[in-house]
Write a protein that binds this ligand. Structure first.
Ligand SMILES: [Zn+2]
Length: 65
């Protein structure tokens, strides 16, 4: 169940749903730095996984937050 507002997204979800990843390959801008930390992923709900903001994955497909 995806929440209304996604604050944190884990790496797995970012690669799967992020617009900067195509078929598992990073296609976003070079030299983009993300602030990774352990948190709860708002997309898959996993706890204590490496998370960052959705914008660090070019935002998630079908979402604007
Ligand atoms: Zn996730």
């Amino acid at each position: 169940m995806i929440k209304q507002h996604v604050a944190w997204v884990c790496h797995d979800c970012g690669v799967t749903h992020g617009k900067w990843y195509k078929d598992g390959e990073y296609v976003g801008p070079p030299n983009h730095y993300a602030t990774m930390h352990y948190d709860t992923c708002d997309v898959c709900g996993k706890h204590n996984v490496i998370c960052t903001e959705p914008r660090d994955y070019g935002y998630l497909v079908g979402r604007s937050d």
